[in-house]
Design a protein around this ligand. Structure first.
Ligand code: HEC
Ligand code: HEC
Ligand code: HEC
Length: 376
């Protein structure tokens, strides 16, 4: 009995070894991560029950049946570099780094051997999809995902950040500013500072914190901003985030209102920044070779694992994200998207981050600010 069982299971294992290696690569976040964009029913049906819980995205088509639709060589081409098949493909090239902009590493996403294993597995996906399928797993996952979000919401710490922001405002900022006036300025950021540098709200807060620290006796505004932007304070320092949370909360429901500076010379610089932001938004990036636009215009509503892609409007910042276990600025969010497409991530305060923010805000012109938000 035992002998038979072992004999049977070893023949079962012996044949699909390569295949299960391929499946593992397709599910693993650190290698193929194909399930973040594709439904792979074979992974759900494979032996380990934990596999059933892997969240699978629908950014791309289900991979069920691809083994029937494509030859082995075609499948390999899809994985190595699908741009050969469709120049405008959204499928990342796994076997080359050619013609990629700012890939995070110099190696390919997958080695030759890993690609062989994946292709072998794909050739076994010959079963053509059936229309009506049991959806209970997806529903259970969605429900538990929501429950998780809500429980985080229940103990959401945004209120604490606002209280701390208020305390700091009264201590450090009140002496120079009327709060109501500063709140009205929130929907106008990013803007060109007197230094002609594009700054966002957090940069301005940092510059003013610098003033407070320097115990400024004169109002040497330009130098304060220029040095604050490059020194000690980051957009994601707790005091800057607390003050930003206070101001964004109070500015809730004001409409985003971006306008070029009135000074004609400044207006030229501002327009150049905006044009650069738009160009960056439309440039494919990283190993995944996807632009901001391809996700945030082209794939709104589809999901990558548990994350549903939204229009990417910059209305709900600072954001409390479960995966960050804390609040983050819009700068942190944009940097996270660079990292998500496996691109070299710009350093904090890189001008590209501000240009992108300017373009995002212009694109969202007139939308109401939501105040600090909770995100997955
Ligand atoms: C960023 C999301 C993304 C990731 C990650 C991704 N794909 Fe794709 N893939 C797509 C999209 C979108 C398509 C649809 C075709 C297109 O855009 O050209 C596609 C198409 C395909 C196709 C052709 C399907 C068909 O029915 O024509 C195959 C095969 C494929 N992908 C396999 C894989 C494998 C294997 C992996 C992991 C090694 C993977 N994909 C990772 C987005 C992705
Ligand atoms: C010593 C006076 C002074 C203090 C203290 C000060 N600020 Fe400012 N603040 C300014 C000046 C001057 C400006 C105009 C822009 C510039 O030169 O930086 C400004 C502009 C701003 C703006 C933009 C307002 C607009 O209309 O565009 C914000 C937001 C702001 N400060 C926040 C703060 C915060 C938060 C604090 C407390 C950490 C603070 N400020 C403390 C002097 C001050
Ligand atoms: C591969 C797809 C993809 C690409 C490319 C991408 N993002 Fe995202 N982005 C996401 C996902 C997923 C989220 C989290 C869900 C959401 O809020 O849309 C997100 C969130 C955001 C948010 C927060 C939206 C909110 O409602 O809070 C902003 C802003 C953003 N992205 C900007 C960018 C910018 C700028 C780029 C280009 C540098 C970019 N993204 C590239 C997938 C992408």
């Amino acid at each position: 009995m035992v002998v038979v069982f072992l004999a049977v299971s070893s023949t079962l294992c012996a044949e699909p070894i390569e295949a299960s290696e391929g499946l593992r690569i397709m599910a693993d976040r650190n290698t193929g991560n194909c399930v973040s964009c594709h439904e792979i029913p074979a992974w759900r049906d494979s032996t380990q029950s934990a596999n059933r819980l892997t969240l699978q995205g629908n950014f791309g088509p289900s991979l069920q049946g691809v083994g029937a639709r494509y030859s082995k060589e075609q499948l390999r081409q899809w994985i190595v570099d699908a741009r050969v098949i469709h120049p405008n493909t959204l499928m990342p090239p796994y076997g080359t780094t050619e013609r990629l902009h700012l890939p995070a590493r110099s190696q390919n996403l997958l080695t030759q051997k890993q690609i062989d294993a994946v292709v072998d597995t794909l050739t076994t996906f010959t079963q053509v999809p059936v229309a009506s399928k049991d959806n209970s797993t997806t529903q259970a996952l969605t429900a538990s995902g929501l429950a998780q979000l809500q429980s985080a919401n229940a103990m959401n710490p945004i209120g604490l950040w606002i209280d701390e922001g208020k305390r700091k405002w009264e201590k450090d900022c009140n002496s120079c500013h009327a709060l109501e006036k500063v709140i009205k300025a929130v929907p106008n950021f990013p803007k060109l500072a007197a230094s002609q540098k594009l700054i966002n709200l957090e940069d301005q807060i940092s510059a003013c914190r610098q003033r407070v620290d320097a115990n400024a006796t004169t109002n040497a505004t330009t130098t304060a901003i220029a040095s604050a932007a490059s020194q000690s304070f980051s957009n994601d320092d707790a005091p800057t985030l607390e003050l930003s949370t206070l101001l964004n909360d109070a500015a809730r429901q004001l409409a985003i209102n971006i306008a070029p500076p009135t000074n004609p010379l400044h207006a030229i610089i501002w327009k150049k920044n905006l044009a650069d932001g738009e160009r960056l938004f439309k440039t494919r990036l990283g190993h995944m070779n996807l632009s901001c636009q391809q996700c945030h215009d082209g794939k709104v509503g589809s999901s990558m694992r548990a994350q549903k892609i939204t229009a990417g409007h910059p209305t709900g910042f600072p954001a409390y994200r479960i995966s960050w276990q804390g609040l983050g600025s819009i700068e942190r969010r944009i940097r996270a998207c660079y990292s998500g497409v496996q691109a070299q991530v710009p350093a904090p305060q890189d001008i590209r981050l501000r240009q992108l923010e300017l373009y995002l805000k212009t694109r969202a012109q007139g939308l109401q600010l939501e105040g600090p938000s909770i995100r997955q």
